[in-house]
Design a protein around this ligand. Structure first.
Ligand SMILES: Nc1ncnc2c1ncn2[C@@H]1O[C@H](COP(=O)(O)OP(=O)(O)OP(=O)(O)O)[C@@H](O)[C@H]1O
Ligand SMILES: [Mg+2]
Length: 608
């Protein structure tokens, strides 16, 4: 075996070999390499932070990949259309820079992007001001930098489940342009970035808009994923072409395998650098195949391509060997402007048929929610004894999911609308707080409301149920007792206005629960906190993909209240009793049992 040190060989010989294939533009490209490449590589190393560090060699490989997949065609066009050589080289310089920022500067964080932008302006101050260079694309017709922002279409989301809605933003446009170009020219991409930066959304969007000669497969890795599981999932999308050859089921299509959370699989031991599922994926990439586990014979795999994503903020790294097989693009957290755009578009679509005074409030709602979100994020930090103080865009997204439950018959004024928004915000954020934090949050909330609405905010936080209720309460709970179908008995989402009615409603529900002989008798006293909790749990069960973790001391009623709330929602309640000796097998058995019961009862699951 001969070891070759990457610093000895360096990236120059690789780049030189590539330049040899560039014939006509070789001299111009050499000039740009001289002008920019070394300086930016050096600058990045000294000044910029990369959440997932890449080597110079990887950066250059990505540069070549992006250039070949994006700038190839313009290069041909440029030669055709530009009579003047200076104009041609000026246009080519733009394409060169575009490839440079998304390769050498593609893995840096947000601050790094600004620094690289400054450095490029120092080298040549020809760039357009106003925005950082990452916010521009090159219009292939004019060969000029144009802002991505102007390309963002203002479309209404299709009627689809909330979690499937993807709103075009600068990020979706620029990342999908680069990733789709690289993918269609057989270059692998690894999307990195902090949690909630939109990697999975982007991949799913890319898979759903692939040209017809591609098909997609999504594979989610976790700490317990084994290499055999990866192999069998991928093989399930393949078919035998001949004795030792496998290919996608549809012969005319190429299979894009999206591997999410690539850095999750466990290492074989703390000292070992290897994560078996990743080694198998690397083998597939390098050798286009793997061994059949039963026959131990080699199987060639054709027409498969890998796209992957991983969260860089969870501290897990992958071996540099597999990392080097990918072109790395770092996803920065969406800017507030983009978050506002996403949720404003979703609300605009929802409120289309609502009265005008409601429709006009979407901007104000989104701004208020984003401001509250930022305040909570900065004032309520995660500590060892408050691990659940982890607020990200997922929570904000759930606030808007909650708002979408309302229909126009139950919103008759702007005040009503803002009360709903505050209710959703509190359910997603302040419900995690203890008494002290809640008091602190209420103070912050009051200040922000005063600032946002002036003195008109008095009515927003008063509860129609009584002084102790801390804000308005919305629910879809009704006195309809047909709980044979899940969500079949839920009423319209509306504000609860009468404490006595709510109490008697829940008392009736409890009586119905107790009257069923298969339920163990619950002797509940429905005091105020118990009612609050039942309504909160019921609300989450009703939401699509609603998950909840109930935290509290023993005896605070988490199990009992979940039982009753799931019964009201018509959901099947099942409990996993976790003991000291609880192992993975027990969990899988438990999941199997509730799935069998679900099939028999035709009701959704509600595990506890
Ligand atoms: N363009 C968009 N349109 C609609 N929703 C979006 C968009 N971008 C992000 N979101 C929302 O932001 C949230 C986070 O997105 P996503 O799950 O893709 O992040 P991620 O980077 O994969 O995070 P993680 O590292 O935790 O897996 C989701 O709730 C998603 O619906
Ligand atoms: Mg994800």
């Amino acid at each position: 075996m001969i070891f070759v040190d990457s610093t000895t060989v360096g990236w120059r010989s690789f780049l030189q070999a590539w330049l040899e294939s560039k014939k006509d533009v070789k001299v111009v490209l050499e000039y740009f390499i001289e002008k920019y490449l070394d300086k930016i590589l050096m600058f990045k190393k000294r000044q910029c932070f990369e959440p997932v560090p890449i080597t110079d060699f990887s950066a250059i490989k990505t540069f070549v990949a992006i250039y070949d997949s994006i700038a190839f065609e313009p290069e041909a066009n440029l030669k055709k259309y530009h009579a003047s050589e200076t104009a041609f080289s000026r246009s080519l310089e733009k394409w060169f820079l575009f490839c440079l920022i998304w390769s050498v500067g593609g893995a840096v964080n947000e601050t790094g992007r600004v620094l690289i932008d400054h450095r490029l302006r120092e080298i040549d101050p020809q760039f357009m001001p106003l925005r950082v260079i990452y916010e521009y694309y090159i219009d292939p017709k004019s060969n000029e930098f144009e802002p991505w922002e102007e390309k963002v279409p203002s479309i209404m989301p299709k009627s689809c489940p909330y979690y499937d809605m993807v709103i075009p933003t600068i990020d979706t446009l620029r990342y999908s342009h680069i990733i789709a170009s690289l993918t269609s020219t057989n270059h692998r991409v690894l999307m990195c970035g902090s949690t909630g930066s939109g990697k999975t959304t982007m991949a799913i969007n890319i898979l759903s808009t692939l040209p017809q000669f591609f098909s997609g497969l999504t594979l989610n890795l976790s700490a317990s994923t084994k290499s055999s599981t990866v192999q069998s999932i991928i093989e399930s999308s393949l078919e035998k072409r001949s004795k030792d050859k496998l290919g996608p089921k549809d012969k005319k299509k190429r299979l894009i395998i999206f591997i999410d959370d690539l850095n999750m699989p466990k290492k074989t031991s703390t000292q070992s650098p290897s994560q078996p599922p990743l080694e198998l994926i690397r083998q597939l990439i390098d050798h286009h195949g793997w061994y059949n586990r039963e026959k131990s014979s080699w199987q060639h795999i054709f027409d498969c391509h890998i796209l992957s994503a991983m969260t860089s903020s969870n501290g897990r790294v992958i071996p540099s060997r597999i990392q080097s097989r990918f072109n790395i693009i770092n996803f920065v957290e969406p800017a507030e402007q983009q978050i506002v755009h996403i949720f404003q578009t979703i609300l605009n679509s929802k409120f289309q048929s609502f009265p005008l005074d409601i429709k006009l409030q979407t901007v104000s709602i989104v701004k208020l929610m984003c401001r509250l979100y930022n305040e909570v994020k900065t004032n309520f930090l995660q500590t060892p004894n408050k691990p659940h103080f982890l607020f990200n865009i997922y929570d904000l997204s759930r606030v808007f999911q909650g708002i979408l439950q309302i229909d126009k018959e139950h919103i008759n004024s702007q005040t009503c609308l803002f009360r709903l928004c505050l209710h959703e915000f509190m359910r997603n954020f302040s419900d995690r707080f203890s008494q002290n934090d809640e008091t602190r949050f209420t103070k912050i909330l009051k200040t922000i409301l005063l600032d946002h609405f002036g003195t008109d905010c008095k009515d927003l936080m008063t509860s129609s149920l009584g002084d102790n209720w801390n804000g308005p309460i919305y629910s879809s709970i009704t006195d309809d007792d047909d709980n044979t179908t899940f969500r079949g008995n839920s009423g319209a989402y509306r504000e609860m206005c009468n404490e006595r009615e709510v109490m008697s409603l829940l008392r009736d529900k409890l009586a119905t629960y107790n009257s069923n002989p298969i339920n163990s008798h619950l002797d509940l006293v429905l005091f105020e906190d118990a009612i609050k909790h039942i309504l909160r749990i019921y609300r989450v069960i009703q939401l699509e993909r609603g998950n909840m973790s109930l935290i509290g001391n023993a005896g605070t009623g988490r199990e009992t209240l979940s039982r009753i709330a799931s019964n009201i929602a018509g959901a099947y309640f099942s409990m996993f009793e976790v003991t000291d000796n609880y192992i993975r097998k027990d969990f899988l058995e438990g999941v199997k049992t509730i799935h069998i019961k679900q099939v028999l009862r035709i009701k959704p699951l509600f595990g506890f």
